[in-house]
Design a protein around this ligand. Structure first.
Ligand code: ATP
Ligand code: MG
Length: 411
């Protein structure tokens, strides 16, 4: 992509009403635009990152054997009264039709939709297990939406639902889903700081599990067991008498963290009200056992920004960067176009800064935008033997040929 085609511009200052560092940087660099508290537009650069995150998650969900569907955001009140959540979910957006006076909710989560849907297809033990997921926008009337894209009133979630004939089968799937989540966070570059965290369960299970990423921007407090590399959420630490549930270690380290994912054994909580049942091998009718698994896409993206930035701007992890290379043209139009074409032909994603701007401006914007490799083509670099390549997270640059750069990126 050529930067001259972008309608967005970088800006020196973040809007005054934006408190969160992730959103301040994302707005300044031109990734997102704030519409109101907790509601953001993904601008062209932001959408690139979003799609990278989305693809990683989709690949891992498909590797789990789940099939993708897309449910609506709009749903009828009756689905929510069936589970009691019309009244009990504080942050559910509810409203009344101007014409029919019927009441509706905007989806905050989709158990109320997916369960009655599966009821139309699951009849026998032979139809189980099965799993389905979507990547879709959710609406929640969050009381405090001050954490930038970490906490939206509208945000994207990947929600996966699994359906089983018995608890053993759910347990097995839950383990596999846990590993898939670890893969997602590793690939997205936040794995090292992300802990599988014991959190409160529902009425049926002792624990649920969250994936918590350590950052001062987090709203949660976790207790980390260094031996087991797991954590415990604040909300259950008293119940566990401040000890690791795996090894009993009482030397736990407290950190602020953000919940990037959550996995939960629902058991029959939703299959019961929606009468989602199956006929077992012995002919008896049983309720389907369910699990649910969520990841917040905006939240993951914002967490990466909280973890990876410096005073000059964002430093994207490679796999979720909007582009692999930021090519800065300093007065070498023809050469720059040639390199742009050559890299593109080799399947390398390049943002070409072809704007009529000063070198200083281009360098500053490049640091703010945070693409992993900055490549400069200038009179000076040509005289030195090629292009000047610098990693965003290093201060040293290196002169190399375009071929050498391509080889470096293909490794
Ligand atoms: P929180 O405790 O932070 O409000 P939650 O426990 O209500 O989150 P879940 O219902 O478990 O969230 O949703 C699954 C995932 O969706 C979360 O792990 C998180 O990554 C993401 N998520 C939840 N709420 C938001 C939000 N308001 N904005 C962005 N992402 C969110
Ligand atoms: Mg949660």
């Amino acid at each position: 992509m050529k930067q001259s085609q972008l309608f967005t511009k970088t800006r020196k200052d973040a809007p005054k009403d934006e408190e969160a560092l992730n959103a301040q940087l994302l707005i300044r660099a031109g990734y997102v635009d704030k519409v109101m508290a907790g509601v953001y537009t993904f601008l062209p650069l932001g959408l690139k990152v979003f799609k990278k995150v989305e693809n990683i998650i989709r690949e891992e969900m498909e590797a789990l054997g789940a099939s993708e569907l897309l449910m609506p955001s709009l749903s009828p009140k009756e689905n929510w009264t069936k589970t009691g959540r019309w009244d009990s979910l504080d942050n559910l957006f509810r409203f009344t039709s101007f014409y029919s006076k019927n009441e509706y909710a905007l989806g905050a989560t989709h158990e109320e939709i997916v369960s009655p849907t599966l009821r139309k297809f699951v009849f026998s033990y032979k139809d189980l297990p099965t799993a389905t997921f979507q990547i879709q926008n959710k609406f929640r009337d969050e009381k405090r939406a001050k954490s930038g894209i970490l906490r939206g009133r509208e945000f994207f979630m990947k929600d996966l639902y699994s359906f089983h004939a018995n608890v053993e089968d759910l347990d097995e799937y839950y383990e596999k889903a846990t590993q898939a989540y670890v893969n997602v966070f590793n690939r997205a570059g936040i794995g090292e700081k992300t802990y599988l965290t014991y959190a409160s369960g529902g009425s049926f299970t002792k624990y649920s599990h969250e994936f918590q990423t350590v950052t001062s921007a987090g709203e949660d407090t976790i207790y980390i067991c260094e031996k087991c590399k797991i954590a415990i959420n604040d909300e259950i630490i008293e119940d566990l008498e401040h000890k690791c549930p795996r090894c009993g270690n009482a030397q736990l380290r407290t950190e602020k963290a953000v919940e990037v994912g959550n996995i939960f054994k629902l058991m029959t909580k939703f299959s019961a009200p929606f009468e989602l049942k199956y006929k077992d091998q012995d002919g008896s009718e049983k309720e389907v056992i369910m699990g649910c698994y969520g990841i917040g896409l905006n939240r993951l993206m914002g967490t990466a920004v909280e973890l990876f930035h410096d005073e000059k701007g964002i430093v994207w992890p490679e796999n979720i960067a909007p582009f692999a290379v930021h090519l800065l043209n300093l007065g070498q139009d023809e050469e720059a176009e040639k390199i742009y074409a050559q890299l593109s032909q080799n399947g390398i994603e390049v943002l070409l800064d072809d704007r009529d701007a000063s070198a200083g401006e281009k360098f500053a914007d490049s640091d703010l935008i945070g693409i992993p490799l900055r490549v400069v083509i200038s009179k000076k670099s040509i005289e030195a033997g090629g292009i000047e390549v610098r990693r965003r997270n290093e201060s040293e640059s290196k002169i190399m040929t375009v071929e050498e750069l391509i080889n470096l990126l293909k490794k």
